[in-house]
Write a protein that binds this ligand. Structure first.
Ligand code: IMP
Ligand code: MG
Length: 185
């Protein structure tokens, strides 16, 4: 059984992802000019994108990863993201580029950027591969965007549904009958 059989359609091909990632790398390189940056990937989703993107950035990059969990229990407001894992995170006085797979409601990046700002980075910018503009619940404008996409649930190239499809090389929308329960958590 092929993973692509579970897709309703391919939204962005492997080739287009590669081309846009190369362009983004050039944009980011031009933006920062000289000197080093700290790229911080929000894993697991941004893992594949980050791996490809940083190889297209021509200035020195120090890589780190953070993990975020959203809880839907009564303890916190529903969907409030919490940083659950970080390795050797050094932000103070660094030029930080935060990388995520997709910007949806805006909660994750809003919360994480506010958290990071408290650690006094020299600068803080955000890069997302995908942007679902129509879904924002908290206003948030990313600095670098790969693709604006419609409000569809997508998988592949790092994005998952219930932990699956991350290794799909393209980005596609999942057949609605496979989104059970509808939506995701
Ligand atoms: P936000 O906090 O609502 O902006 O959501 C960002 C996170 O939700 C992303 O990092 C993804 O993990 C997840 N997400 C949002 N939309 C999708 C989707 O269409 N497919 C897979 N994951 C998604
Ligand atoms: Mg994610």
């Amino acid at each position: 059984m092929k993973m692509t059989d579970d897709l309703e359609s391919v939204l962005i091909s492997q080739r287009r992802i590669a081309r846009r990632t190369r362009e983004l790398g050039e944009e980011i390189t031009a933006f920062y000019g000289e000197g080093e940056i700290a790229a911080i990937a929000i894993i697991n989703g941004a893992l594949l994108f980050t791996a490809d993107l940083i190889r297209r950035i021509a200035i020195p990059v120090r890589l780190d990863c953070i993990r975020v969990a959203s809880y839907h229990s009564g303890i916190r407001p529903a969907g409030e993201p919490e940083l659950v894992y970080s390795v050797d995170l050094e932000i103070e006085n660094k030029r930080v580029l935060l990388i995520d797979d997709i910007l949806d409601t805006g909660r994750t990046l809003f919360t994480i950027t506010r958290m990071f700002e408290r650690h006094n980075p020299r600068s803080l910018h955000t890069c997302v591969l995908l942007n679902k503009k129509g879904r924002r619940e908290i206003p948030f404008e990313p600095d670098f965007v790969g693709f604006d996409i419609p409000d569809k649930f997508v998988v592949g190239y790092g994005l998952d549904f219930a932990g699956r499809y991350r290794n799909l090389p393209c980005i596609g929308s999942l057949k609605p009958e496979l989104q059970n329960p509808p939506g995701w958590s």
